[in-house]
Ligand binder design. Structure first.
Ligand code: ADE
Ligand code: ZN
Length: 340
C-alpha cells in the first residue's frame, strides 16, 4: 500500500482534464484581489474555503466564476498558470492538456489576447524550464448562446498556433451538445481538435450527441455513459479516452462516496479511462491526490494504476512519436521501481 502510494507519487504523469482557472488557490485569489483592487465577498482564506461546499455543478460554477474576477492582467494569467506548472512539476507531471474559459474573462471586459498571452507565456516557460509539454484547449461556455461561441472562435482562429483544440464546459443539464453543432463544425474546419464535457451530470444521450454531432475525439467525464451498455461498448470499441475526475465527482456529488466511484467499472469495461483533477483548488487535490484517493477508495492494484497511467499517454493528443517516447519512459519507470 505504502509502496503503491510511493509509486503513484513518483510515476511520470500526464494530465488531460484541467481548467486553468480551477487552479486558483485561495492565497493567490486574495493576493490578486489586493493587487487589482477587486472586491470579493471573502476576507480570509477560511472565508474562501468555507464557500467551497457544493451540492452540484451549478453551485460550484457560481463560486468558480466569482473567483475568476480577480484575474485582470496578462501577468495574472501568467502567475496562475505558472503556479500550476510548478505545483505539478513536484508531482512528476510531464505532459498537460489544459482548458481555459475565455468567455469567463471577455464577458468581464478582459481582452482575449491578455488571457491567452499570459497562459501561453507560462506554458512556453514550463516547456523550457520544467520540461512539461502541453496542449491548450479553449472551451465554449455552454450556458451562453452559440453566437458568443462563434465570436470566441474568431479570436481562436487569429491565434491558431497557440490553441490545439476546442471544448465545451459549464452548466450541463438543459444545454445539450447539439446547441453547438455549427460552431464545432467551424472549429473542426479550422483545424481545432474537438472535445466536450458530457455525462458529468447530463444523461447518456448527451455523450452520444457529443460523439455523433460534435464529432469529439475525447470525452470529458462521461460517467453517465455507464447507464447505457450499448454506448459503453461503442466507446470501448473506438478506444476513445475518457477524462475522469474522481475528487471533482465527489465534491460535486456526481458520486456520493468515492468507494462507489465507477472508475474500476470503466476499466473492466475496456474503456480508456484516465485520472485527472478538473479544478484542483476547488476540489481538494491535484492529480496525485486524485490517484491516491481513488486507489484507496477502490483498492486499485498496481496493474490498474499502471493502466491508468498508460491510458493518459495513449489517450493524449501528443504525436505518435511523442507518445512512444512517453510510453518508453513510463515503462522504464515501472520496471525500475522501487529502485529508480
Ligand atoms: N468548468 C470548470 N469545471 C467544470 C466542470 N467540472 N464541469 C463543467 N464545467 C466546468
Ligand atoms: Zn472539467
Amino acid at each position: 500500500m505504502t509502496d503503491l502510494h510511493t509509486f503513484i507519487r513518483e510515476m511520470p504523469k500526464a494530465e488531460l482534464h484541467l481548467h486553468i482557472e480551477g487552479t486558483l488557490e485561495p492565497e493567490l485569489m486574495l493576493e490578486l484581489a489586493r493587487r487589482n483592487d477587486v472586491q470579493l465577498p471573502y476576507e480570509t482564506l477560511d472565508d474562501i474555503r468555507a464557500a467551497y461546499d457544493f451540492n452540484c455543478l451549478e453551485d460550484f460554477l457560481q463560486v468558480y466564476y466569482l473567483g475568476m474576477s480577480v484575474l485582470i492582467t496578462e501577468r495574472d494569467f501568467f502567475d496562475l498558470t505558472w503556479a500550476y506548472l510548478e505545483k505539478v512539476k513536484g508531482q512528476n507531471v510531464t505532459h498537460i492538456e489544459i482548458f481555459f474559459d475565455p468567455q469567463g474573462h471577455t464577458e468581464r471586459g478582459i481582452g482575449f489576447d491578455t488571457v491567452l498571452g499570459g497562459i501561453t507565456r507560462a506554458l512556453e516557460q514550463g516547456n523550457k524550464e520544467l520540461a512539461i509539454t502541453s496542449r491548450l484547449i479553449m472551451c465554449f461556455l455552454r450556458h451562453l448562446p452559440e453566437e458568443a461561441a462563434f465570436d470566441t472562435l474568431d479570436h481562436a482562429c487569429r491565434c491558431r498556433d497557440y490553441i490545439f483544440g476546442v471544448g465545451l464546459d459549464s452548466s450541463e443539464l438543459g444545454y445539450p451538445p447539439e446547441n453547438f453543432t455549427r460552431v464545432f463544425a467551424a472549429a473542426r474546419e479550422n483545424g481545432f481538435t474537438p472535445v466536450a464535457h458530457a455525462g458529468e451530470e447530463g444523461p447518456p444521450g448527451y455523450v452520444s450527441q457529443a460523439l455523433d454531432v460534435l464529432k469529439i475525439e475525447r470525452i470529458d467525464h462521461g460517467n453517465r455513459a455507464l447507464e447505457d451498455p450499448a454506448l459503453v461498448h461503442r466507446i470501448a470499441a473506438s478506444g476513445m479516452a475518457m477524462t475522469v475526475c474522481p475528487l471533482s465527482n465527489l465534491r460535486l456529488k456526481v458520486v456520493d462516496d468515492l468507494t462507489r466511484h465507477p472508475l474500476r467499472q470503466m476499466l473492466d469495461a475496456g474503456l480508456c479511462a484516465t485520472v485527472n483533477s478538473d479544478d484542483p483548488s476547488y476540489f481538494g487535490g491535484y492529480i496525485t491526490e486524485n490517484f491516491l484517493a481513488v486507489q484507496t477508495a477502490l483498492s486499485l492494484d498496481l496493474a490498474e494504476i499502471v493502466q491508468l497511467g498508460r491510458n493518459a499517454i495513449t489517450g493524449s493528443f501528443m504525436s505518435q512519436a511523442e507518445k512512444s517516447i512517453s510510453l518508453d519512459r513510463f515503462d522504464a519507470f515501472c520496471q525500475g521501481f522501487p529502485n529508480n
